[in-house]
Design a protein around this ligand. Sequence first.
Ligand code: DGJ
Length: 725
Amino acid sequence: MIIFDSENKVFKLDTCESTYLIGIYEENYILNYYYGAPIPETCVGDLIDRNANASFSLANPVIGENGFTPDCAPMEYGTNGAADFRVSALSIRNANGDTTTDIRYKGHKIYKGKPSLSPLPYVYANNDDEADTLDIYAEDKVTGAEVTLRYTVFEKMGAMTRSAIITNASDKAMDIKRAFSLCVNMPEMDYDMITFYGRHAKERSREQRALAHGLQGIHSKRGASSHCHNPFVAFLKHGAGEEQGEAMGFNLVYSGNFSAVAECDFNSNTRFIMGINPEDFSWHLEAGESFTTPECVMVYTDKGLGEMSRIYHRLYNNNLVRGKYKHEKRPLLINSWEAAYFDFDTDKLVSFAERAKEAGMDMLVMDDGWFGVRNADNCSLGDWFVNEEKLPGGLDPLISRVNALGLKFGIWYEPEMISPDSDLYRAHPDWCVHVEGREPMIGRRQLVLDVSREDVRDNIFNQMYEVLSKHKIDYVKWDFNRNISDAGSAILPADKKQEFFHRFILGTYDLMDRFTKAFPDILFENCSGGGGRFDPGMLYYSPQIWASDQTDPIERLTIQFGTSICYPASTMGAHVSACDRTGYETKGDVALWGTFGYELDPNKLTDDEKALVKEQVKEYHKYYDLIHYGDLYRLIDPYFNHFRCAWSFVSPDKTEVLATAVTMRYDRDMPTFILKLRGLDKDKKYVCEETGKVYSGAFLMNAGINLTNKQSRDGESIKFYFKAQ
Ligand code: DGJ
């Protein structure tokens, strides 16, 4: 719900978990009065008073030196140069070259529902009753910039979104130097900041640090959200934890360069901003033109990090992913990559499909290597026609044999890339991302295709359309295997060159939009060398993302725990592979947490392993709803415990529970190991399917189950399924 208290000039934005207050102060400054647990008041009295005695803090001459200074006031959208000396969310350079920016309240509108943010991806309302929106109109009288601060409240979900629209209402051109999606101010700094760092095969590893005075944050300037940092930040109040205390999350719905910065100031207050990375960014606005920032999804709860995660999970399942596979069961797939790499032909793929069929799987995915003359990663990206040496007669003979077995068929693409050794490059050498006069850097022996250009996008769309429309293809894996250097486009004029990175990602979104509209029945799975673009922007177009090329189940655990802090199990691509660190039980139990599938040559499985795979396929079906739509509880997080970890899924009605524990490394101190469950109904009786024993919910949560003598080897896993009687 959103209300405006006109007497106190306060906007009150309520979700079931939080209240957010925005006030219009003297001289129409827009201030962030409060963000926290629900409160009934709109009048906050002296709550926003600050000690204004910093290093020569400056005053607004009209208000006078009465204690208010932009230097420490909780500015709702901090701007550059007008006495707010903290990191700014907005900076405009006007036609004179001045960059001082100062926005003040001009008006507002409150309405039901949520407008589209297209061409950007966004969290949507399924109907107008799900959401309420507030647009605050602000203006900078000198630059002529008009700013709409847009807030949408998903009351029942416990989440909010924010974005900003900047319009050049002057009669001269201007340039946006910084335009963040969000700025929040907390009147304290006793928080831990949780971020997710990583690299290829080690994405989204949790990192947690106490806030300190000054700047701290993460960013990407790789042209992708990246393996190295995820566009997600949480703040955990000191003393708070997984299931109790204040937790706040901020997730940018964007797949390109981003920045997330917290600044703790001289009053030990915290400002946090998140949005497009201002480095290598600038946006030119002619008179009358507008620019829309991506949106940021905010969650506040006083029920701990776990509840914050569950709010994101429900929101993303309900209001972010789209299309047929939002609700429909995803096919259990076997992927050819780790089974064959580039070395396959029709018969080999069909043999995979035959074994997959015997095990009860649903789909064969042919990964990289089926097009052009691609037998290694050194050529052919951009030449999206079938390699008939590997697949004689093209795709039809292969697909019809796979379909005849009763399996669906999926295919791999890397649409935003071009190999220097390709027909496409030979025909259009200026279609790669490059800077005039520089030899572009090379990565995996490929260049990036300039999808900021419409003609380039049309070419790729038409080539792929030809294949996808003429064959029975049920799934597309959309890969992206390098980052962007030498950022430039042959057709952008000098005054728009710094728009390249954002234009590139808009080009990607445009392509994805065209494909998802043209092929609504195809399941798209995003991928970027594993999880190099695991972000909500991508989830808007593809309901699942290959979480990592790391398929060792023990290494995977930190990745899956990290990913789960924001993203639901239904989005997390997870496969059983042939890696030999653990047995197939553990590999299956870990992969079951995600979208589940196989990444191995099934012909090489022993009879015992084949039997186990059949059981796992049955488990996939049995637990599908529980895992995809249940509530996740991180019971023991490998961030804190290097020996073992555990997690569970609880059905929304609390009648079903699946709990899994993995011994990452057997603890030779042999401590007692009692696993306590969470999120059950304390009064219900639960029967354990594995042991037949009956427990109360209260017992399982408070006394727990004793696993002390149940695990004695590195890499073992154990799981329990409970059903309420
Ligand atoms: C990177 C992906 O993460 C892999 O799964 C595989 O598709 C390769 N690319 C293919 O080149």
